[in-house]
Design a protein around this ligand. Structure first.
Ligand code: NI
Length: 189
């Protein structure tokens, strides 16, 4: 799939961000809080959302940052902590986190990949959109409500029947790993 979006000078990035508890469904149960936190952060620290999917216990996103700004780490820290503050306390918190007064909602670390070119962008956007199918949450990509694929359908870029071609699903995660996902250490949230 070719998209008309371009890779911008500030950088376009793919991210995977996980909850600490991989059995949790906190993200889809509180998707409005997550959205509110993202919107709030975007007002002060703008970025473009090229793709986003929220799964029960993790999310994948593709962002483009403004020219001369590569501080996605700050944005993630603010988004994660904003979301955490909106969640009633009750998660299990490790002793080390407790001693630092951290919440235990998110994994501290997350995966980041700098998008190299248009093909790389298309591959990662497709990967985001097919993710609910890959994880067995949906039969087809458009069945999953918390996905930017609906924006792409409305814009006429993909059809409502869109499915990744099987080759790219097969290649997806491994191809992405090949091009170098980097594990980032995040601020405690
Ligand atoms: Ni996933």
């Amino acid at each position: 799939m070719k998209y008309r979006r371009t890779v911008v000078s500030g950088g376009t990035y793919f991210f995977t961000v996980n909850l600490a508890d991989r059995q949790s469904e906190l993200l889809v149960d509180n998707v409005a809080s997550l959205r509110a936190s993202v919107t709030h952060v975007m007002q002060r620290h703008p970025f473009r959302i090229d793709a986003w999917v929220v799964l029960p216990d993790h999310l994948h996103a593709v962002w483009s940052l403004p020219h001369d700004d590569d501080d996605y780490a700050l944005r993630w820290m603010l988004i994660k902590s904003g979301f955490s503050r909106s969640i009633v306390k009750g998660e299990r918190i490790s002793t080390s986190r407790k001693s630092k007064r951290e919440r235990g909602i998110w994994q501290r670390r997350y995966w980041e990949h700098l998008i190299r070119d248009e093909d790389d962008l298309a591959r990662h956007v497709d990967y985001v959109h097919i993710n609910p199918v890959k994880h067995g949450h949906a039969e087809k990509a458009t069945d999953w409500p918390w996905s930017s694929i609906h924006r792409y359908v409305r814009a006429g870029i993909v059809s409502s029947e869109w499915a990744c071609d099987p080759e790219s699903i097969a290649a997806g995660p491994d191809a992405i790993r090949d091009v170098g996902l980097r594990l980032r250490s995040a601020q405690p949230t």
